[in-house]
Ligand binder design. Sequence first.
Ligand SMILES: C[C@H](O)CC(=O)C(=O)O
Length: 321
Amino acid sequence: MTRDNHSILDCTIRDGGLVNNWDFSVQFVKDMYYGLSEAGVEYMEIGYKNSAKLLKGADAGPWRFLNEDFLKEVITNKTDTKLSALVDIGRVDEKDILPRDQSLLDLIRVATYIKDVDKALDLVQKFNGYGYETSINIMALSHVMENDLNEAFEEINKSPVDVVYIVDSYGSMDYKDIDYLVSKFQRLLPDKKLGVHMHNNMQLAFSNTIMGASKGVQFLDTSVYGMGRAAGNCPTELIVSHLKHPKYDVRPVLGIIEKHMIAMREKWEWGYIIPYMIAGVLNDHPRAAMALRSSDDKDKFVEFYDKLTSPEVMPTNHHSD
Ligand SMILES: C[C@H](O)CC(=O)C(=O)O
């Protein structure tokens, strides 16, 4: 199989930051960028470009509120690996975004729930006008009604957005869902590139990502050692190895894991863990499972399962965390 038309987008710093409140050292982020570059990975998401002012009281390192001057101190020698940042509707201050020719960023991705696609497309329009590549990442697709999706597609087709993402926020999809959704997106968004962003609650992030790749999805989201919110994402090292293209080399990715991530995994928890599996199977946001893992009841799986399957209504989140 030729894999020439895929781009791997590693989002360890952005999605992994949801695990450790973006407590990443500058050295780690540098090693990540230059390691991914050597590995041939096309994009690295270096954080969120949200505004601290709009996230009242939020305190987290620079990777949550990227600043161009700081970025230039970190990435002193830009390689062929492009940089992306994620923004959330209502949390990004458009005045913080420089024109692309003054920025180290190449791609701005807009995270949105289906109800806010129009707002996401307004942001895309602006970022496209500044010269950036853009994507719209439709989160929690496993909760979206077909007719809402069809209406959104009409708006997306009129927009300059380059990439439209299928996001399995709850890690509850399997290969049949990916097969179905990719075919639908390809049919109804014929001029857009597609992306997949999968979570590993049911140990299916890799399977779902390669299902997307085999159907021609261009943008494949991954994270090194699978580090990402809750159950984490599709591991970069697996995709780099699986795609078997001469431009990719897994060795530098193994180097990042060996140097930094074994110790990080001792300190912070992510990956396939039963409460996240339960959330995935039940097609729920992992927030209740994350709260459980931070409590004294972290291993009370049966009680947690019983609670989640009682007819309580779980609150809904409106951002990408
Ligand atoms: C926009 C991102 O893909 C959001 C995310 O990580 C999610 O799971 O939702």
